[in-house]
Design a protein around this ligand. Structure first.
Ligand SMILES: *Cc1c(COP(=O)(O)O)cnc(C)c1O
Length: 371
């Protein structure tokens, strides 16, 4: 099946008891036992598993081409479950530019558990190779990166991880459908389903997907039921509903973003545009090989730095000033002033999540905001 068909049908069943075509939301926390003590459908208690979470996990595994998936209450809970599957003394190599919540977990929470962490520039393969130690168990990638849209060569990093006997993980939150990490040798994919999967900025969740059955994934599964950071049935239902339209929404986000990025590059108030779909992006060729489209996220620097950027963002009428991404509505954000952001983020940088409005309206809005 092609990806659009999979997205519509994966994890979908018509309810056998009512014939309902749209899946029900199973709020029940507990499930009846048969007289002999067994469970009719394998569900016993909602933290351990429930029908909505199970359906979402099946769909996410199918969409990414993996064998299994585990749903969590947020993207960072999914990330934490992968990191907590490691042992004290294990060494993690992480991209220096990752989602700030991931960096925070690696810097502030997990070192006290005995995890060793080294941050490297993932675009520098020599630096990644040089960072490998005997204890290296995990290489964590995120591409395009947040917020500077650096492109990591996933196949090359996966080869380095394999040679080191380490797991290669990819946070694919920004690029569902358009980037296929498992095809490039990545072992584990993480998504914040809060973003493109949900697609409507109305639910929080995360998922870990594995390419093969592994001991590491078994520990992620144990963390899910025993750590207990599970998503609600309603949030799983919303995320799965998002999956149904995901390939078509991604098409719209990508098409709009390329038009907006091209406009921004030609605007005299703009210093620099970060978008892998532009031929001027330093890794445009790699992005073309690795992605089937270039995503809905754009960063750009406004001439005049911090004040000029904040002033431009204050004037938009269609773009909403808010953090997060992946919804149908366009968002704009001055990244350097958000709590926890890396000091490496340029002061004049605005990050846009390009939504599903008409591209010309978005361009007109940015043109007037940039004066
Ligand atoms: C938002 C985000 C996360 C964290 O997800 P939450 O659902 O907010 O916990 C992780 N990685 C990336 C790339 C993100 O954009």
């Amino acid at each position: 099946m092609r990806i659009e068909t999979l997205a519509v049908h994966a994890g979908h069943t018509v309810d056998p008891s009512t014939g309902a075509v749209s899946a029900g939301i199973h709020l029940s926390t507990t499930f009846e036992r048969e007289p002999d003590g067994t469970y009719r459908s394998g569900y016993s208690y909602s933290r351990s598993n429930n029908p909505n979470r199970h359906a979402l996990e099946q769909a996410m595994a199918a969409l990414e081409g993996g064998v299994d998936a585990a749903g969590f209450g947020s993207g960072v809970a999914a990330t934490a479950a992968v990191l907590q599957a490691l042992n004290p003394g294990d060494h993690v190599i992480s991209a220096a530019e990752t989602y700030h919540g991931t960096t925070k977990l690696l810097r502030e929470l997990l070192p006290s558990w005995g995890l060793q962490v080294l941050f490297v520039d993932m675009t520098d393969l020599g630096a990644v190779e040089a960072a490998v130690r005997r204890q290296t168990k995990l290489i964590w990638t995120e591409t395009p990166s947040n917020p500077q849209l650096k492109i990591t060569d996933l196949a090359a990093i996966a080869r380095i991880a394999k040679a080191a006997g380490a797991t290669c993980a990819c946070d694919n939150t920004w690029s569902p459908i358009i980037q296929r990490p498992f095809d490039l040798g990545v072992d584990v994919i993480v998504h914040s389903t809060t973003k493109y999967i949900g697609g409507h900025c109305d639910m929080t969740g995360g998922v870990v997907i594995t390419r093969e059955p592994t001991e590491l994934f078994e520990r992620v599964r144990l963390n899910q039921s025993t750590g207990g950071a599970v998503p609600s049935p309603f949030d799983c239902w919303l995320a799965l509903r998002g999956c149904r339209t995901l390939p078509w929404r991604m098409r719209g986000h990508c098409e709009n973003a390329l038009k907006v990025a091209t406009f921004l590059e030609s605007n005299s108030a703009v210093e620099r545009v970060y978008y892998p779909g532009l031929p001027s992006h330093p890794r445009h060729n790699l992005a073309t090989r690795q992605m089937s489209a270039f995503g809905g996220m754009i960063s750009f620097e406004v001439k005049g730095g911090r004040e000029a950027a904040i002033a431009a963002a204050s004037k938009t009428r269609i773009f909403i000033r808010a953090t997060s991404l992946g919804g149908f509505e366009s968002l704009i954000e001055h990244r350097a002033s958000i709590g926890g952001e890396s000091p490496l983020t340029p002061q004049g940088l605005l990050r846009c999540s390009i939504g599903l409005e008409h591209a010309d309206d978005l361009i007109e809005d940015l043109a007037q905001a940039l004066g």
